[in-house]
Design a protein around this ligand. Structure first.
Ligand code: ADP
Length: 323
């Protein structure tokens, strides 16, 4: 009987559980033996496999994080580590592996595929949305909704106290979270790594808005090197701003958790099933994603190599309506 294995790897994202559940059930429905691997690639190397049945994924569709657990695994970066992982798969006659994670995980997946002939299908799950080959990654919608709700709350205080808030959100290399959540929560400015930040211009714009009667302002900043970080940016701005108190909030890891939204659950269900269907059709070395509501595949090599950037028009619209 053919067997497949499923693992979650890298940073956790809401909806990973929904993807695991979908992949397990798609496998069982096709009469395939399905294993879950705990702690990502670490579990492949440590031989931490669990036989899955339909019940083993009951009541997880609504849970954040990953019940299969995740890990950063240094050993998998070595050829010897990947050889051990491949042995553990082969001794169970597992020919297909579903890897739910981000581009680091896909890089490892491609290596074990090339070195040991394991068929691998990637499922993009990261809150950052920075993976080429899909309109959205699993977890992004939940994260932007979490950020939006947090900003709404901070805005109550900003408005009551005549304050300027800098809010740092996740996205070291990509501004998707800042752009979407910043637009949705009506921020005054959105600073993303895809664009240069001109602090002088920022200060003059904020002063201008303030002098035109705007009491509170929120500037959303994607983490990373935005002018040396959000605290430095706030200090620089505070010195130059007329009579406004400046505060900084770093949202941090609260953005990663939580029960997945409907959109993330549905995306995870579709991609989890698609991943197993591809494996059973004999297709490997690809990532499944969606483009214009349709499930599509992209080669893992392309998904890893190419960068996903926020749409130019999204950026233009965001700047048009920030005030
Ligand atoms: P993400 O998948 O969220 O981008 P990481 O970048 O931490 O997360 O990658 C997850 C895991 O994938 C790493 O801990 C490592 O085991 C494996 N991995 C990442 N990059 C490589 C690589 N270049 N070669 C082999 N394995 C890798």
């Amino acid at each position: 009987k053919p067997s497949i294995a499923i693992l979650t790897s890298g940073g956790d994202a809401p909806g990973m559980n929904a993807a695991v559940r979908a992949a397990v059930r798609a496998g069982l429905n096709a009469d395939v033996d399905v294993y879950g691997v705990r702690c990502g690639y670490q579990g492949l190397i440590d031989d931490d496999f669990i036989p899955m049945d339909a019940k083993s994924v009951s009541h997880i569709i609504n849970q954040g994080g990953t019940t299969l657990l995740s890990a950063r695994c240094e050993d998998f970066r070595t050829e010897a580590g990947r050889a051990t992982a491949a042995e553990n798969l082969k001794k169970r006659n597992i020919k297909g592996l579903v890897v739910i994670g981000g581009d680091g995980s896909f890089t490892g997946a491609l290596k074990i595929a090339q070195e040991h002939g394991i068929s691998v299908v990637g499922v993009p799950a990261t809150i950052d949305n920075d993976i080429y080959g899909t309109d959205f990654t699993i977890g992004f919608d939940t994260a932007v909704n979490t950020v939006m709700e947090a900003v709404d709350k901070i805005d109550d205080t900003a408005e009551s106290h005549n304050r300027l808030f800098f809010i740092e959100v996740m996205g070291r290399d990509a501004g998707f979270i800042a752009l979407h959540a910043g637009m949705a929560s009506g921020c005054s400015e959105i600073l993303i790594p895809e664009e240069e930040t001109d602090v002088k211009y920022l200060v003059s714009r904020l002063n201008d808005l303030h002098s035109r009667g705007k009491r509170s302002m929120i500037v959303m900043v994607a983490e990373g090197d935005q002018c040396g970080g959000v605290f430095k940016l706030a200090r620089q701005t505070e010195d130059a701003l007329k009579d406004m108190q400046v505060r900084v909030t770093v949202l941090g890891h609260l953005q990663r958790g939580g029960s997945p939204t409907c959109a993330d659950r549905v995306l995870a269900c579709r991609l989890g099933v698609a991943a197993v269907e591809k494996l059973l059709q004999g297709v490997g070395g690809v990532m499944v994603g969606t483009r214009n509501q349709q499930v599509v595949t992209t080669s893992l090599a392309e998904a890893i190599e190419k960068k996903s950037k926020p749409d130019e028009d999204m950026i233009r619209v965001a700047h048009t309506i920030t005030y």
